[in-house]
Design a protein around this ligand. Sequence first.
Ligand SMILES: [Zn+2]
Length: 314
Amino acid sequence: MVTFRLLVWILLSVFLSFPAISYGEKLQVITSIFPVADIARQVGGDDVAVTAIVPAGASPHTFEMKPSLVKTFASAKVFLIIGAGLEFWADQLVQSTGRKLKPVVLSDGMTLIRSTDPHHNESAKESPHASKKSPNAEHGHEHDSGNPHVWLDPYLAKIMINRIQETFSTVDPAHATAYETRARVYLAQIDALDREIADTVNQFTIRQVVSFHSSWDYFIARYGLTLTGVIEKSPGRNPTPREIADIVSKIRSFHIRAVFAEPQFSPKVADVIATEAGVKVMILDPLGGETLTGRNTYIGLMRYNLQIMKEAMQ
Ligand SMILES: [Zn+2]
């Protein structure tokens, strides 16, 4: 039932919002973050030209729009986003291009993890994510609409792959068979990745995770780990001294060996916590990028992170 409803939704949104593509032309695809761009390339192969608008090293949570993006959008036929508030700037971006390119929201229909932390709800009320003036302000995206980091769960990535394949096949039916074939091959690779992660995580002696922000919640849920602490409960919000003390005491009681920072944010608070608890800071990367060796595919990125976790937790 759900699948049928999703399919109807996709077909409708596709027919209503995509201009026709001419024969022999590559399907121009815009995505928000790099992992979506790579997944779109795996499905689209040579039939698509994909651009990710959040550059390597930047975070979608603190992304600032640039006028040059209007040009990037000029010939785009498909705009893929995660949704759930991750791309809180997407509507404004599309509007500023003067085009009616309705984004395909890849998390639509997924059961999203919702935060129960009371501070989250407070901060969401105090500073709604629509605030453009200070991109570093907490925008509380995860509280309004659920946690957006669905791509870090390979099972949910498979739902994204299917949706991307269906979108491409509808917008560019001349290459539908190629999209289907590539998606099938890629889904099998994701299944193998999923088994590899499950087998590796099963050997971890430490099962508790202190993550930098709420990026790993889906991964943690899928592979039976426990989220013990989150350093920045919403991106850009530093923990209070009391929250720091709480994380430090959990690190000690669970014998956690490392706290995780992320390349898109300053590691300063993670450093403070690690020093106080006498553990290491290690870098998990939820986003990767085309220019980052080993993290320049979605599968490579997941393996990179698995390796870091293995060093910290096996
Ligand atoms: Zn995030």
